[in-house]
Design a protein around this ligand. Structure first.
Ligand code: PGA
Ligand code: ZN
Length: 417
């Protein structure tokens, strides 16, 4: 593979902040493009997103430096060489950057080039992206979509501490029927909230953002909405998944939830009670990224009943995930390409999880573009789970629609696997 040109421009993400669009022109083929996502409740060990810090532009959030890195150093390196595969491109980018966190060129610059390069190799091989991303020994599968229907935490201006309440149509017979269930429950939830006089404005990921304090009250109304829409709450129908994003409400060694101050063990007991009362099948970042001992106890207490997903604690980093597998602190990893900063490293992390029997949930970021890369990543790796927001807002729906199109074009199994 040779590249004739590599170009980035500063565009807007779904939160109206600047991000990068990268276009690669592979020799002998049409150009390919990627849009770079950006998080709000980020883990401290994520690859470093490069921002200009110039207060005169976008409140310091401009990405002209990262754009310059793509159009300068990265373009020079990629147009000068020949590459056998994506791993070779990613290694070139990592070596060129030279830092452990991709802070010099910017992880946002590198990940955009890496995603676009994956598309270039898929195109050259005559394969859809998802099939190019299928690792040796893995079976492609349509993932269970996890629709984030109610937003709090760093993603909404309400007083709800838990960040994400997701509905997962685990029992749906197909991806298209799962999307339908998600949309129907979302509509039923809007009616329930309206009936109670609660606001139905949306948070960053398209879920409603009403003023409700206690997570249990949110869960109760979601269970009602699942029933209203004609589905059975639970893994046989529509189950619930939580991402409290607990690092955001962990202060001075305690968890602050709806006005209560909870120790780690009290927080774990709260989750046990939640999992008993409600059809919650998965909890992501139930505890803070610094609370590794707490995570080990959480897994002991709940790991058999509930999937325990690490996001901020693992940051899709293969070294950290290997450590976490050895220390038994979770049962699944959230997978965000921009958290580690390249597609190859993302696939490495997913392979480590598969080998250890850990589940994986591919994820969007709260700041997104219309790029649908993660839909193909979830299908190709066959990991069985994707979260990409509510069944609303174009940048979220684009990913679900991409899944529908993949299902329509190929015979693939649907479900957790
Ligand atoms: P972020 O949130 O993209 O704002 O980091 C998503 C998540 O916590 O899963
Ligand atoms: Zn999370």
């Amino acid at each position: 593979m040779r590249f004739e040109s590599v170009r980035a421009v500063e565009i807007l993400d779904s939160r109206s902040r600047p991000t990068l669009a990268v276009t690669l022109a592979p020799a002998g083929g049409p150009p390919v493009r990627a849009g770079v996502p950006s998080g709000a409740s980020t883990g401290t060990r994520e690859a470093v997103e490069r921002r200009d810090g110039d207060p005169a532009r976008y409140g310091g959030k401009g990405v002209l430096g990262a754009v310059g890195a793509v159009n300068g150093e990265i373009a020079d390196a990629l147009t000068a060489g020949e590459f056998t595969d994506l791993a070779a491109v990613d290694q070139t980018l990592i070596d060129l950057d030279g830092t452990p966190t991709k802070s010099r060129l910017g992880a946002n610059a590198i990940v955009g080039v890496s995603m676009a390069a994956a598309r270039a190799f898929a195109q050259a091989a005559g394969l859809p992206l998802w099939r190019y991303l299928t690792p040796e020994g893995a079976t492609p599968r349509l993932p269970v979509p996890h629709f984030n229907v109610l937003n709090g935490g760093a993603h909404a201006p309400n007083r709800l501490d838990f960040q994400e309440f997701m509905i997962a149509p685990v029992g749906a017979p197909s991806l298209a029927e799962a999307v339908r269930a998600g949309a129907e429950v979302y509509a039923a939830l809007r009616r329930r909230l309206t009936d109670r006089g609660l606001a139905t404005g949306l948070g960053d990921e398209g879920g409603f953002a009403p003023e409700i304090d206690a997570p249990e009250d949110v869960l109760a109304v979601i269970v009602e909405a699942i029933g209203d829409a004609g589905y059975t709450p639970g893994k046989g129908g529509v189950a619930i998944a939580l991402d409290p994003a607990a690092s955001e409400f962990y202060r001075e060694g305690a968890y602050h939830v709806a006005g209560q101050v909870l120790s780690t063990d009290n927080m774990i007991a709260r989750y046990e009670e939640i999992a008993t009362r409600f059809p919650v099948w998965s909890i992501e970042d139930g505890l803070a990224e610094s609370d590794w001992d707490g995570w080990a106890r959480l897994r002991e207490r709940l790991g058999e009943r509930v999937q325990l997903v690490g996001d901020d604690i693992l940051v899709t980093n293969p070294t950290i995930v290997a450590d976490a597998i050895g220390r038994n602190v979770a049962t699944a990893a959230l997978i965000k390409v921009n958290q580690v900063g390249s597609v190859t490293e993302t696939l490495d992390t997913m392979r480590l999880c598969r080998q250890a029997g850990w589940a994986q949930m591919v994820s969007h970021r709260s700041g997104e573009t219309e790029d649908t890369f993660i839909a193909d990543l979830a299908v190709g790796t066959g990991c069985g789970q994707l979260k990409t927001g509510a069944p609303a807002r174009g940048e979220r729906v684009a990913k679900y629609n991409r899944l529908i199109e993949i299902e329509a074009g190929d015979t693939l199994p649907y479900g957790l696997g």
